[in-house]
Structures are given as C-alpha cells and as structure tokens.
Design a protein around this ligand. Structure first.
Ligand code: CA
Length: 238
C-alpha cells in the first residue's frame, strides 16, 4: 500500500511519514500542490493525505485535479481549517474523509486503515457452486431458486463466501457478524449455521457448508458431489 502525504510543514510531513512507514505503508511526501500533482500523475497511490493550505495552491484544487482522474485514490483531507463549511466543501468535492489538526496519530491511522479497506475491490456477486449471493441487492439463490435469509444468516453466509475455501473459526464469524457489544457465546454460530444449512444445503445432495473439526466452518464446492451427506459432529467448541 502506497500513500502520498501532501504537506508543506516539514515537521508534520516527517511525523506522518515516519508513523505511516512504521505502520507498514510505503510513503511519499510532496511539499507543494505542484509536486503532489506530479506524484499523482507518475505513480499509483492507494491513498492521498492532503493538507489544504499549501504554498502554491489551495489543497482543494489538488483534490479537484485528483478527482478528475478516472480512477483516483481516496483522499483524506488533513487541515487546520475545521469549520463546518470547509469540511462540507471538502467532502462535497469528493474527499473521502476530513480530519482536523491537531489530531492524534492513532486516529489518523484508524481513518487511513478504514479508507484503504474501502478501496479493496469487493465483488458484487459471490458464487460457490450453484449458490449465488448478490451483495448489493442482498439476494441469495441456489440452483436459480431464491432463498430468504434473516440478516445475521445473510451476514454469515456473505462472510463465508468472501472467504471461500478458508476455514473460519466461530470467533472470527462472531467478530465479523455481531457488533462489538455482543458478549455472548460463540455457540450462537452453531445455531445460525444449522439454520443456514437447513435453508441452503438440506434439499441438495451437494453440501456446501463444511464443518472443519477443531476450527469452525468453511464454504466450498465439495470435491465429490453427491457423496457428502453425513452431518459431521459440529458441536465441539474451539
Ligand atoms: Ca500547510
């Protein structure tokens, strides 16, 4: 992941650069709007952190130029101008986030991570064998037949399908699908998997949801279609 830091104040630029490099990112810095545009035109960045008050131009102009590119990186504005007007204007002009100076580095890092995650291409439609899941319309179908799922069931299935072929522990599933206020048992996952199986797998000879002993669950197309009909023991807690 490569980040461009556009900041004319050397002290802040160095601080950001060191911190982000320490967090594992490749970082380039630009001290003027002109340099920033040169960088953006000559390299592919996953994120641009942009100061608004630059010596040669307003950061908003840089933003405008970055946004005029077809596939521009996300832009996080970092500015001492914290007025609501400035924030609204920045976001309206296509900035993805806005952080007011002074800021805590941990907060910046959290925003950076969120923006970079968002930049990951997420397929709209997932497929495992004849099971399809439409992430946008939130529809599930197997062999062309539509299946109704409750929201949590959908969340678990989507998570499993995004990680097709990868065993997921109950804890991973809980952390992904329930919010952080949930402090119940991971057994709840077994309950939901049972519901999912009854809706997705029971009527079909090909079972897609697999129990991975000692770990949890996984979804994949079975190697031997029509032969895995036995329900493996799923109740052991990890
Ligand atoms: Ca500045």
């Amino acid at each position: 992941m490569r980040i461009l830091v556009v900041e004319d104040e050397k002290r802040i630029a160095d601080f950001l650069s060191r911190g982000l490099q320490g967090a594992g990112y490749a970082v380039d810095t630009a001290a003027t709007g002109g340099q920033a545009l040169d960088c953006v035109h000559s390299a592919d960045y996953d994120l641009v952190i942009l100061d608004l008050m630059l010596p040669d131009m307003d950061g908003m102009q840089v933003l405008e130029r970055v946004r005029s590119r077809q596939v521009g990186p996300p832009v996080l504005i970092l500015s001492a101008r914290g007025a609501l007007d400035d924030r609204v204007k920045g976001l309206e002009q296509g900035a993805d986030d806005y952080l007011v100076k002074p800021f805590a580095f941990v907060e910046l890092l959290a925003r950076v991570r969120a923006l970079l995650r968002r930049g990951q291409p997420a397929p709209e439609k997932l497929q495992v064998s004849d099971l399809t899941l439409d992430c946008i319309r939130r529809k599930v179908a197997r062999a062309g037949e539509s299946i109704e799922l409750a929201p949590k069931e959908f969340g678990i299935l989507e998570y499993m399908m995004r990680n097709k072929g990868r065993p997921l522990s109950r804890t991973m599933i809980v952390e992904h699908v329930w919010d952080m206020d949930y402090d119940g048992l991971t057994n709840i996952v077994d309950v939901y998997i049972r519901h999912l199986r009854s809706k997705i797998d029971d009527r079909f000879t090909q079972k897609l949801i697999q129990t991975v002993r000692g770990i949890g669950y996984m979804i994949e197309s079975p190697d031997k279609p029509a032969e895995r009909t036995a329900e493996p023991a799923a109740e052991r807690q990890v």
